[in-house]
Design a protein around this ligand. Sequence first.
Ligand SMILES: [Zn+2]
Length: 106
Amino acid sequence: MAWRAEMNRLPTKVKLVKRGVYIPNTLCVWCGYHDETSMHVLADCIIAINVWERIGKWCGLELIYAFEIKDLLQVYKKVLGGKMKRKIVHGVMIVTMWSLWKARND
Ligand SMILES: [Zn+2]
């Protein structure tokens, strides 16, 4: 899922409409203000921002923000505290991305 997100290949509403699938509106199910794109669901939506803020605090990181999906997947590279901590943070980031994507589908 993270790889597909990075490649902008998640089946978001915007992507499905581009493929000819009929969807009444392409707005985000959470905020209802912006089109549902991978970037919006995983990083830009107020729900995602809130989740990343809490994940950042939980992991003892600085503010997590992303200009593109790749930024979320590279947060671990800036983590101080050794290889094991970086691996754990990388795992937390991927699981959180998956959880956001899954929650948006529920
Ligand atoms: Zn939204």
